[in-house]
Structure formats: C-alpha cells, structure tokens
Design a binder for this molecule. Structure first.
Ligand code: 4AD
Ligand code: MG
Length: 462
C-alpha cells in the first residue's frame, strides 16, 4: 500500500478506506483493552490517533511503541468516537522501525523550555513547536521566491567567499588555507596573503549587495537569497553569526520606489504565511503569543509610517523616556529606540529614512544637505530593524570621494566602481534578514529558535 502523509489524512473523502501511515510516536496511553498512540510524521502539527485493539495485539507487540519510536501502521481510517480528533486509524498491522529508549530519549512528553531544546537542536525539529516554526520558515522562503518571480526579478547567486567588506564594519570571518601556526611573512613582517589559496586575503561575505548591483545594472531587477556571515560579538536575541538574507536590487528605482517595494514585499510574505500556515501559526499563538494573529493582520492591513531619522530622533528626545543608550542627532539607533517609535509612539511599522552619513555604509546616495544619505530602515514591532536598504550613490565622483574619506582599500573595489563608469543609473535595494521575518511571523522572541542550527558567538554545535 502507498503511504499517506498525515497532513493528507484529514480528508473526509478517504474516511472508510485502508491507509498506510508512518511516523514517530508522540505519546501512548490506554488500558489492557485498548491503546492509543499519537503519531506525527512532520507533515503537519496535527497528530494522528492510532487505536490498537488489544484483543488483536499483545503487550509484547506494543512494548517498543514508546515516545520517539518510529513505526509503520496499516489500518482503516474511521471517524473518531473520542474527543480531540476527527478521524483515527484502527490498526491492523504494526511494524517498529526504530525504538527510542525511554531512559535516554530526551524529548519525553511535553513542556520542555526553549532553552533546554536549544541544547537538543538535533532533535528539537521533532517537537510541535519546532515543526511549526520550520514549516513556516520553509513556506516563507517559497513566498519570497514567488513574490520576486511574479514581478520579473531574476534570482542571482552572489559569492560567499569575497575579498570586499560591503558594510565596511570589519566584522568578517576570514577564509584561509594558510597554516596558522606557521604563517608566511612578507619582508616587512606582515602575513603574505599572496601565498594564500586565492592569492589574496578573503573572508565570508557580510552581504551580496555589491555583486547584486552588478546584476541589477545588467538584468534590471534581481534578488539574492543566501547565507550571510557576521563576526560581530553581539549576543542578543536578534543577532546570528550566520543568517540568511534576501537582497533585491533594482535599476531605475529611487528611494520611494524602494520603500514601496519593501512594504509590499513584507506584507506579501506575512499574508502568504497567514493563508498557507494557519494551523502552525494558530498552534504557536495558542502556546506562546495570543496576540500573534492580530499583530500579523495589523501589519498587513495598515500603511507603514514614513519619516526621516531627524524627525524620529526629535520624537525620541521629546519623549521624556530614559533610554539605556542616550539618543541625539548622530547616534545610531538602538533596538530600544526603534521599538519605542514603533510600539509606543506610532503603534505601526515605521520606515525611517535619511540617516546621518557617518552611521551608514559608503555606497548610499548622498543628500544635498551634505550630512545625510538616502538610507531606509524598516522597523517592526517586537523586532526593531527588519530591513535595511538605500538608494545607491550612482555618481562616480561622489562615490569615490566617500571611498577615499573612509579609506576603503581601492584595489578590491575597481569592479564595483565600473558600474558608475559605464552606463550608471539611479538604483536602489535593500536587505531583509530572513530570521527576523521568521521571528515576526512565528511570534518567537529569540532568533536562535527560528533557524534549525544557530551559529552564535561560542556556539557552533550540530
Ligand atoms: O542593515 P544590513 O546590515 O544591510 C545590508 O547588509 C545591506 N547590504 C542590505 C542591502 O541594502 N542590500 O542588514 C540587512 C538586514 C537587517 O535589517 C537585519 O534584518 C538583518 O539583515 N541582519 C541580521 N539578522 C540576523 N543576525 C544578524 N547579525 C544580522 N545583521 C543584519
Ligand atoms: Mg542595518
């Protein structure tokens, strides 16, 4: 018989037929006449109830059917008499694939803390919570590709190993095959990277944007969707050392077009999850965050507030609030400032624009005032910054001046500057932190719980 996934079992048309199901045992309970097994195969948050009539099975047959064991059952799908489920399977046959010793299987019953489960990241996908999160994550990834493909954007794969620091923050993981205990040295005593694998110093990328701009100024509109690495020592609930970023880049887009696209994009993703992951979202709402669904709908249904950094700082200064990090014009905004604007002042997502050039990257378009750049950050409730982007400086001379001011090594940048030398155009783009979107949609509060195997300072287990 062909296996039926549990997600497809709850279909009224197949009630009364013989089914073949496989999965992992969540619980077993019952008495000497009848035993009930809750079976889950990962295809849905719902468990399937399997009923063993103990006049047809022996205690021995069921001994190995404990929490975590994998089994294969054939039987008849019938409407359920009991509470809590619509259908159940009356077992005819039972095959145990693999046992899970109750003494050592860590996921006994329910009620483990998220912290405990982080230590068991190899098994936590088997819990309802992580099953729900990982299914939502997968659906969101699909929604992202759909959104861009439907609008004629091309998916561009940018390199993970690079010699340039896009964000200029110096937070890169070095990539080298040089022997660390016996480094080759140049005459003046520096490390001789000409002997390294690529003949120069390389690192893991912090962003695909620079290559994305090459794509956009050729194909018109592109997006990247890939892993990104940052060696910043920030142990917060919103930072990972390895995260996934989506970076669209569009020729002929100015900052307003960029903001419109960003707003439409995140709304599309959230709607898509509401329409396609409702069981999982409802499960997470019930167990972690009763306001989750209303918060998601609120973001989809309301226009984001748009204002400048200067206006935002004024609101913060006049708020009378004592922030941990004092705020004045010129300071980089901290999560507490972003969340004040979003959660307390406007009570809506906010797009903040025109930041001081000193706190933003070299590639952003310079405003007439000489002090600010055409940056845009999208700020979300509970998250803070979910998107960072800008219109790009398209003028060769202005860009060169900024590169010189910031002392960015030119030898690694010539190819980027060629976009401004040959057929330069106004263009814009942004980066969405995928895990921050998944955080928002799942209502989780720690970014370590929305990626299967988190990488953070001092943690590369699994
Ligand atoms: O604001 P960021 O640093 O912008 C860039 O990298 C640009 N090159 C994007 C572009 O214009 N194409 O990062 C973009 C987003 C942030 O808004 C945040 O959501 C996420 O990436 N992000 C992180 N997510 C998890 N862990 C980290 N350490 C992150 N750093 C940034
Ligand atoms: Mg940013």
């Amino acid at each position: 018989m062909k296996r039926t996934k549990i997600v497809d079992i709850f279909n009224p048309a197949i009630v009364g037929t013989e089914v073949d199901v496989k999965g992992w045992v969540r619980t077993r309970r019952g008495n000497k006449y009848v035993q009930f097994v809750a079976l889950n195969d990962g295809s849905t948050v719902k468990n399937l109830q399997i009923v063993f009539d103990m006049s047809r099975f022996s205690d021995d047959d069921l001994r190995a059917v404990t929490t975590g064991a994998s089994i294969h059952v054939e039987g008849r799908l019938v409407e359920s008499q009991g509470k809590g489920q619509t259908v159940e399977v009356q077992a005819d046959t039972l095959e145990v694939y693999g046992t899970a010793d109750p003494e050592s299987y860590p996921l006994q019953k329910k009620g483990h803390t998220l912290e405990f489960l982080r230590e068991k990241a190899h098994l936590r996908p088997r819990t309802n919570t992580f099953g729900a999160i990982l299914r939502i994550r997968s659906t969101l990834a699909y929604a992202i590709h759909r959104f861009f493909q439907e609008r004629g954007f091309f998916y561009l794969n940018t390199p993970l190993i690079t010699a340039s620091d896009c964000e200029g923050a110096g937070a890169m993981f070095q990539v080298t095959t040089l022997p660390l205990d016996k480094l080759p040295k140049t005459e003046d005593g520096r490390v001789d990277y000409s002997k390294d694998f690529f003949g120069k110093s390389t690192a893991l990328t912090v962003s695909g944007q620079l290559e994305g701009e090459l794509g956009a100024t050729a194909l018109g509109a592109i997006y990247t969707f890939g892993p990104t690495f940052r060696a910043e020592n920030s142990n917060t609930p919103r930072h990972l050392s390895e995260f996934w970023m989506i970076e669209p880049e569009m020729a002929f887009y100015e900052i307003e077009d960029n903001m419109d696209l960003a707003e439409e994009f995140v709304k599309y993703c959230i709607s898509y999850a509401l329409d396609n992951c409702r069981d999982d979202i409802d499960f997470l709402a019930e167990h972690f965050d009763p306001e989750l669904v209303s918060r998601l709908k609120f973001v989809v249904d309301n226009e984001f507030v748009r204002l400048t950094y200067t206006e935002g700082v004024k609101i913060l200064e006049e708020s009378g609030r004592k922030f941990e990090f004092p705020v004045h014009w010129g300071t980089d905004l901290q999560s507490e400032h972003e969340r004040y604007l979003v959660e307390e002042h406007f009570r809506k997502p906010v797009i903040l624009t025109d930041y001081p050039k000193e706190i933003k990257a070299f590639y952003m378009k310079q405003n007439e005032d000489g002090r600010t750049v055409r940056a845009m950050d999208v700020l979300f409730p509970k998250i803070g910054e979910i998107i960072g982007g800008s219109e790009r400086e398209a003028d060769y001379d202005k860009l060169m001046t900024r590169i010189t001011e910031l002392d960015i090594p030119m030898k690694d940048m010539w190819w980027y500057l060629d976009t401004r030398r040959f057929g330069t155009v106004p263009h814009s783009g942004f980066g969405l932190g995928f895990e921050r979107l998944v955080l928002f949609v799942t209502g989780m509060t720690n970014i370590r719980d929305v990626i299967p195997f988190p990488r953070t300072p001092n943690n590369a287990e699994f």
